[in-house]
Design a protein. Structure first.
Length: 228
């Protein structure tokens, strides 16, 4: 049964990540588009102004950095599913030695992981609230993992018999390497996510125009679409 879960589990998680990402992109793609006013050159006897035509939609894809941030956030986000039984087991083991890694970092790590999943769904939307949420989750993750690295360093500096509750963090026992690598990866992603949602000043010059114009205010026709 355990062997079957090891095979099926990653497949299920991959499907959840892919389906969630596609649904997020489909829902939030339109938020990156912009309406652009289109005008025709003045015609007739009096050329003293522009003739309004209407608006066209400038269609833009979600920036690659934001797409990457969304996928990685979902990957971190699904970690809470397999971590729940592991954290529960760790808390049970630590009940004899006192609060340790599972109690102090595993339990708080579950809501942080869920927050990453929510971020993966929201970060693809072009909005101030999405940028603010990315900064909140990123800051939370950095603080959590910096503390984890500090505890790991402290544990490895102590004599071998001391700090039994955090013995899984010892480099000599192999667990410390996993803890350090995961913490560093989490911090790196947090920084990347906060940078990825920064507004791009060059973004307004990108995109393709949908034609014909919408909400036209004149019946005048144009023979070709303006270039983006």
């Amino acid at each position: 049964m355990f062997a079957l879960l090891r095979v099926v589990g990653p497949i299920v998680l991959a499907v959840v990540i892919l389906a969630s990402y596609r649904a997020s992109v489909r829902r939030n793609q339109a938020s990156w588009n912009e309406s652009v006013e289109v005008v025709t050159p003045p015609t007739g006897a009096y050329r003293d102004g522009e003739r309004r035509v209407g608006f066209v939609e400038r269609v833009r894809q979600i920036p690659p950095r934001v797409q990457t941030a969304a996928i990685v956030a979902l990957v971190f986000g699904v970690m809470w599913l397999p971590s729940i039984p592991l954290v529960g087991l760790g808390v049970a083991v630590e009940s004899d030695d006192g609060a340790g890694l599972a109690t102090l970092f595993g339990i708080p790590g579950i809501p942080l992981s869920i927050a990453h999943f929510v971020l993966g769904l929201r970060i693809t939307k072009r909005s101030a609230s999405a940028r603010r949420f990315a900064r909140i989750v990123g800051t939370w993750s950095i603080i959590h993992n910096v503390l984890l690295l500090g505890v790991t360093f402290w544990t490895n500096m102590m004599p071998r018999g001391a700090g039994a509750a955090f013995r899984v963090c010892r480099i000599s026992e192999g667990g410390g390497v996993v803890v350090v690598l995961y913490a560093l990866a989490s911090i790196a992603y947090a920084v990347f996510a906060m940078v990825a949602v920064r507004p791009d000043p060059t973004y307004d010059d990108e995109g393709d125009l949908l034609w014909p114009p919408r909400d036209a205010t004149t019946s005048a026709s144009l023979t070709e679409a303006p270039h983006a």
